[in-house]
Design a protein around this ligand. Structure first.
Ligand code: ARG
Length: 590
């Protein structure tokens, strides 16, 4: 199904052509003066320059031509040459009716689906999930769902940080309390125990303690660094210990992501590609791309057009160790082999921008990815507290994700339990759903690159531009629909069953609903979940305006009532699709 804006533009383009002007001047956009019109075309001004005529003359001619259109109603030319457009309401109602009959409400999937790898989540194994990883998970999940909705083959990879210094820190931290473990004995030749030498709770203690100690005790830090390197080089006992760390951590990570309704297709990590590294680096050296600099191996990535310095990418440290960039490069090699993606999207804190610039440039220079492959980094801003500084716990510690979710859910529970009769279990379940929406919408409604302030009160409010407000609106529609389903005299009919006048509120709602495909396309093209948020906020607002000014259940004109039922059902479905793309859902009541 064509987008409504496309259908309008086609008419306007045709009119330009019929009047002897180039079609391209018939571009149409949403009106920036909704009080005057719904859509507008500013092409007459540009055409005026080319045809050396006053713009209003061109606009007038086009408007006269457009008076014959079946899909437009009031079209007017305004000085100096704007064309203001309103759509024909019969056409609009028919368009909405067609949406209800089409798969994906008329949204057209990509003709040739791309294979897209999305690298998001990126937790570091053995470290507790903290709110720094929240954004990556929430934004990445939404982008994954949007790309999939657009019809592409999407592979979401969690890309575990499972090799870094945290491993050496945990190993050394554990050694201080349990030095007798066989993992530390270089002469041990037997089989290592199957049981991990720690529980999850213990592991969660070991890392922060070791990390704190390393900041005060340089000797300890050095030992942890050496242990990390020895582990990376394959020391048997450390590798065995590493397996224990992974086996204890990963189920917990999975549980945490499940709670966030974030799901990865692939659970690979940095460790998976380590075997590829020696040959990859050797190849870079053999081809003269990598060269020695102060003992390290580096690849130049500065380009002539750069306005700032882009330092060489280090692919091997002087002690022989691989780095973050090396792992990312080897991961590209592996992904090329496994999926040959058309497109890569990476999500990480925007402070990692330089890292990704370097990695992408090496990958291109070395031909790891083809010239057609699109590879992009979506760097997100920081989630701050009300003081404008990175969000912390009350005592200034790192906020754990579980804590944040629990606090939010609790805040919602207070509201849900007020004046509502509900079992405790139901109230808890509903609060969980609303809490998740509060967190995710609070995050996604901002442009990803920007910092934002996590404001628990505002995010959990049932009013304003919040997740709970969207859910509240959906619940309201659900409740109307369930009430009418019990009344035998109320029956849905086609949205365009009758030809009639529409109220302003109703028309506003219809126009918004009709924009669905256009919004979805932009959200995909711009990898911008915030566009979806913006849309559903407007849609929810328009619904509530309509609801307040019309008595749906008491309406006596039964055809009109039936049309309304069909229309608000469509609105509910659109809200459901959109919230699902954002990664949350509405309860049946709240
Ligand atoms: N583990 C990294 C971090 O915590 C994020 C990983 C991002 N993805 C990547 N391919 N480098 O900062």
């Amino acid at each position: 199904m064509k987008k409504i804006i496309e259908l309008i533009a086609e008419e306007v383009k045709e009119a330009f052509a019929a009047c002897g002007y180039e079609e391209r001047f018939g571009m149409v956009s949403l009106s920036n003066r909704p009080d005057l019109c719904q859509y507008q075309c500013n092409g007459a001004m540009a055409a005026a320059k080319q045809y050396k005529k006053p713009p209003i003359e061109i606009a007038n001619a086009v408007v006269t031509k457009l008076s014959e259109s079946d899909i437009l109603s009031e079209v007017t030319a305004v000085m100096p040459g704007f064309i203001n457009i309103k759509v024909n309401t019969e056409f609009l109602a028919a368009y909405l009716q067609e949406m209800t009959e089409k798969e994906k409400y008329g949204f057209e999937e990509a003709e040739s689906p791309l294979t897209i790898v999305i690298d998001y989540g990126g937790p570091n194994v053995a470290k507790p999930l903290h709110i720094g990883h929240l954004r990556s998970a929430v934004i990445g999940e939404s982008i994954k769902r949007i790309c999939r909705f657009a019809g592409h083959n999407v592979i979401g990879d969690v890309h575990l940080g499972d090799l870094g210094l945290q491993m050496g820190l945990v190993m050394e931290g554990l050694r201080t309390t349990k030095p007798e473990l066989p993992y530390y004995d270089e002469n041990f030749r037997g089989e290592y125990p199957k049981e991990p030498p720690f529980t999850l709770a213990e592991l969660e203690q070991i890392y922060p303690a070791a990390s704190a100690r390393s900041k005060e005790d340089p000797e300890f830090k050095e030992r942890a660094q050496n242990t990390t390197l020895e582990f990376q080089l394959g020391r048997r006992g450390y590798v065995a210990l590493w397996h224990h760390i992974m086996n204890v951590s990963i189920p917990d990570l999975k549980k945490n992501y499940d709670n966030l309704d974030v799901h990865f297709d692939v659970w690979k990590g940095e460790s998976d590609v380590q075997p590829l590294i020696p040959d990859m680096v050797k190849d870079l050296i053999d081809r003269g791309l990598a060269y020695e600099s102060q003992g390290a191996m580096v690849v130049d990535v500065q380009e002539e057009t750069d306005s700032k310095e882009v330092p060489p990418c280090i692919v091997r440290k002087s002690n022989g160790a691989a780095l973050y960039a090396t792992s990312d490069l080897a991961t590209i090699l592996e992904r090329e082999k496994l999926y040959s993606p058309d497109r890569y999207i990476y999500l990480a804190d925007k402070r990692q921008e330089m890292h990704f610039t370097q990695v992408f440039r090496v990958a291109r220079k070395a031909g790891f990815v083809g010239p057609e492959t699109e590879i992009s980094f979506l760097g997100f801003g920081t989630m701050n507290g009300k003081d404008g500084k990175p969000f912390k716990t009350r005592d200034g510690g790192v906020m754990r994700l579980e804590r944040l979710i629990a606090d939010t859910t609790e805040e919602v529970l207070k509201k849900v339990s007020e004046n509502r009769e509900m079992s405790e279990a139901e109230a808890k379940e509903i609060s969980g759903m609303i809490g998740l929406a509060a967190i995710k919408y609070g995050d996604l409604s901002n442009q990803a690159t920007k910092d934002y302030i996590f404001d628990l009160e505002r995010f959990t409010s049932f009013e304003g531009n919040t997740g709970p407000y969207i859910l509240y609106t959906m619940v309201r529609i659900k409740s109307i629909l369930s009430r009418v389903s019990e009344l035998s005299e109320v029956k849905p009919v086609a949205i365009n069953a009758s030809v009639r006048e529409y109220g302003a509120d109703e028309l506003a709602l219809m126009l918004l609903a009709a924009r669905f495909s256009d919004v979805m396309e932009h959200a995909y093209e711009e990898t911008a979940p915030h566009k979806v948020c913006q849309y559903i906020y407007e849609l929810a607002d328009a619904f509530n305006g309509f609801y307040h000014n019309n008595k749906i259940i008491a309406e006596t004109d039964k055809v009109k009532q039936g049309e309304w039922i069909s229309m608000i059902t469509l609105v509910l479905h659109l809200l459901e699709v959109c919230t699902d793309l954002l990664g949350f859902a509405a309860p049946d009541r709240m």
